[in-house]
Design a protein around this ligand. Structure first.
Ligand code: NOJ
Length: 558
């Protein structure tokens, strides 16, 4: 079987470049300043206009004149009815659409239009909590005897009125709120407006499985499971131990940051539930489960399931957490490659609506190295909207901060900095909306936008387009092995992706100095892509010259 044929047999989620659409900030079609589903439909051609050539065709590697990125799948953040205390992660109805974002027929149209272009659609599923205005919670808090009481987590106060345990919320403060009417505390690891569901209750579990079935029946291709490792808590609700390495300058309300999260998340019992969810997905063709979770590598890897019967893609945020040096990133990739069982497929994430922008974190010059890394490592990359433009953290005036985390734990903790509107063009509000957006548009929108970058052959966006096209046309990139290559330079990370006869070398210079690398690979190759987008030429593999902050993809001669 040729490499290409084998690659075509890969499930879509192994071949895909996934793109996170942060719905509120992607495109507003109604003029209310908030992004919506119709807005996503209007911008689908930017994501993939649907004329991708079949694998292996040489033309595929050329830059296409259309500005389409050619991503393969979108993950859309929550669009369900919500009071928006946590901007949609506080759901009032799991099987409907908030009128702010559209309605179910619009969602169906989005699905249809995306599929017509070859774009898979992944939705956000928020299993850990609901809004306190969800009818289930309203019933649950009605009385201690209510049939839905046990769908949430209720506990008595200590004899002295104290909280049931010491757990803290990542949004600040304790995780327990007193309910005067029924005289018990309820658990919420996020806001008090986000009470936690009790996954140990079989009826609740069934109701949530029915929610999944609702969307799978509608035709969604994948489910991104929000904070999936938190849905099961210690059966005895024991106190978390203190984190002795916590930053002493943490905000006084940051109880969460001062604890080791031993009992509030990542409990063994979660894996049985994931198996059940996976079994449900397996009843359908070709669906995929992604999960948001952290944890040390040996705990994280368990989320693939013991025999691959857990999540298809447990998200991996470690590229955002390690120091940005060639050595640290190489070591991280080796650790991941070493720990993954043969059935487990890697994932890599470099940005999201919860983290500072990668361009601000890494510095403008390294953004292109990061793009090449993300799109050439073995595994499925997940991009965050606007990172292809090199968008940076927004400076948001205090009075416009909206994120509850920033409002409660200090403005420097606000996630709004990476949630500002997508930059479409140089017109007012950057073409995002016809009126003032819910968060301000970045100050540099006049130059750093899709329209401007489409006409600049050397732009960041064109680098992404080029890398995505290259990746989808290269069996070695899609399904090849990974091994790092020694070069004698600690400033560069060099690795080989190989499938059959096809060998691609990726060489990344993490510094602002030129570097001449020597490899023991021998022979010659051709530079296919430079992060500067200005050269394609033959090169010897005995000596590879990299300019400051330059990355290269080199195809090795057979
Ligand atoms: C993770 C989501 O990505 C984040 O935005 C949200 O605040 C928390 N889960 C709580 O749902």
């Amino acid at each position: 079987m040729s490499g290409t044929a084998a690659v075509e047999d890969l499930p879509w989620w192994k071949r895909a470049v996934i793109y996170e659409v942060y719905l509120r900030s992607f495109k507003d079609s109604t003029g209310d300043g908030i992004g919506d589903l119709q807005g996503v439909i209007e911008k689908l051609d930017y994501l993939n206009e649907g004329t991708a050539l079949s694998l292996g065709q040489a033309e595929h590697r050329e830059i296409n004149p259309s500005p389409s990125l050619r991503i393969d799948a979108i993950w859309i953040t929550p669009f369900y009815p919500s009071p928006m205390a946590d901007f949609g992660y506080d759901v009032m109805d799991f099987i409907s659409v908030d009128s702010l974002f559209g309605d179910l027929p619009t969602f169906d149209r989005l699905l249809h239009e995306a599929h017509r272009r070859g774009i898979k659609v992944i939705i956000d599923f928020v299993p850990n909590h609901t809004s306190d205005r969800h009818p289930w919670f309203i019933e649950s808090r009605r009385s201690r005897d209510d049939p839905k009481r046990d769908w949430y987590i209720w506990r008595d106060a200590g004899t002295d009125g104290s909280l049931p345990n010491n757990w803290g919320s990542p949004f600040g403060g304790p995780v327990w709120t007193w309910d005067e009417a029924t005289g018990q505390y309820y658990l919420h690891q996020f806001l008090k407006e986000q009470p936690e569901l009790n996954w140990r209750n079989p009826e609740l579990r069934q109701a949530m499985m029915d929610v999944l079935r609702f969307w799978l029946d509608r035709g969604v291709d994948g489910i991104r499971m929000d904070v999936i490792g938190m849905i099961v808590k210690d059966a005895q609700f024991r106190d978390n131990p203190p984190n002795l390495e916590a930053d002493p300058d943490l905000h006084p309300d940051d109880i969460f940051g001062r604890q080791v999260h031993l009992y509030n998340e990542d409990q063994d019992d979660v894996h049985k539930i994931l198996q059940d969810m996976r079994a449900l997905l397996e009843e359908y063709d070709d669906r995929c489960a992604l999960g948001e979770l952290g944890y040390p590598l040996d705990r994280w890897v368990r989320y693939y399931g013991e025999d691959g019967d857990g999540l298809h893609l447990p998200l991996n945020f470690r590229l955002m957490e390690r120091p940005w040096t060639a050595q640290a990133i190489r070591q991280l990739v080796e650790e991941i490659e070493a720990i993954l069982p043969s059935f487990a497929w890697p994932t890599y994430v470099l940005g999201s609506h919860d983290a500072p922008r990668m361009a601000s974190r890494l510095g403008g010059d390294q953004v292109r190295i990061a793009a090449m890394l993300l799109l050439t490592l073995r595994g499925t990359p997940i991009l965050y909207q606007g990172d292809e433009l090199g968008m940076e953290n927004a400076r948001i005036p205090s009075e416009r901060i909206r994120d509850p985390q920033g409002l409660r734990l200090g403005h420097e903790r606000s996630r709004d900095i990476s949630r500002m509107p997508m930059l479409w063009d140089g017109s007012a509000h950057s073409g995002f909306s016809s009126s003032e957006p819910w968060l301000p548009v970045s100050a540099d929108y006049a130059t750093k936008n899709v329209a401007a970058q489409a006409t600049d052959p050397g732009s960041n966006m064109n680098l992404y387009r080029r890398l995505i096209r290259y990746r989808s046309s290269s069996p070695a990139m899609l399904d090849g092995s990974y091994r790092s290559v020694d070069t004698g330079s600690k400033d560069c990370f060099v690795y080989l992706r190989q499938l059959g006869q096809e060998r691609c070398l990726v060489a990344l210079n993490f510094t602002s100095h030129s570097r001449a690398l020597s490899t023991a690979l021998g022979g010659n190759g051709s530079v296919e892509i430079s992060t500067y987008l200005d050269r394609s030429e033959a090169t010897s593999l005995e000596r590879i010259d990299l300019r400051p902050h330059e990355g290269l993809i080199i195809e090795m001669d057979p």
